[in-house]
Ligand binder design. Structure first.
Ligand SMILES: C[S@@+](CC[C@H](N)C(=O)[O-])C[C@H]1O[C@@H](n2cnc3c(N)ncnc32)[C@H](O)[C@@H]1O
Length: 178
């Protein structure tokens, strides 16, 4: 399996290996080690069984080319994302108040500050449309997200989502043909 955008902590690579998968993580910020490559995923070739991408695709530009490249790497894509564009005034107020009461939390001090620091991210409908252009959707499950920013908390949000798809038959693999 290939984890794209595993981050500087290695993402889910160690968990995949512990579960018995042969897994590699790629990210310019990937940690050192045999299981990691410090590269942009667009430099990766070959055919994997599945690609995993956690909170990465909303950053990728141009989006459609990036998704086409992901689809060339494996017939299955598993995505963990969050729909930042669904943070409405009520959720924003809830988050800001919770964050203020948790000085040790790792999330941004306020949603507004996070928005200012992350211009140009893809909203969830654009992202899902790009995924559905290259994959048949198998799963879309909406989940709480703010615990990633706040730690152990029961959050009212449902802006996190897990998505899985299988490559459409018209999308070509990047593996050499035999
Ligand atoms: C928000 S972090 C998510 C890290 C990790 N997957 C997680 O969920 O904690 C997004 C990561 O995607 C990586 N990234 C962005 N564009 C990338 C690309 N073209 N190829 C590989 N990694 C990329 C960034 O370097 C960053 O580490």
């Amino acid at each position: 399996m290939l984890e794209v955008g595993c981050g500087d902590e290695g993402g889910v690579v160690a968990a995949l290996v512990a579960a018995g998968y042969d897994a590699t993580g790629v990210d310019p910020r990937a940690p050192a080690g045999d299981r990691f490559r410090q590269v942009d995923f667009r430099e990766v070739d070959g055919e994997y069984d599945a690609v995993v991408a956690g909170r990465v695709i909303h950053h990728l530009v141009p989006l459609d080319d990036a998704v086409e490249k992901l689809a060339s790497l494996a017939p299955v894509l598993i995505v963990n994302e969050f729909a930042w564009d669904l943070i409405d005034a009520t959720l924003q107020e809830w988050y800001d108040a919770e964050r203020a009461s948790r000085p040790g939390a790792t999330g941004p001090p306020t949603v507004e500050q996070w928005r200012r620091r992350h211009p140009g991210l893809h909203p969830h409908d654009i992202l899902l449309t790009a995924l559905r252009a290259h994959y048949d959707e198998r799963t879309l499950e909406w989940l709480p997200y703010f615990q990633h920013w706040l730690g152990d908390v029961e959050s009212p949000d449902r802006i996190g989502y897990q998505w899985a798809g299988t490559r459409t038959s018209t999308t070509r693999s990047s593996a050499p043909s035999r």
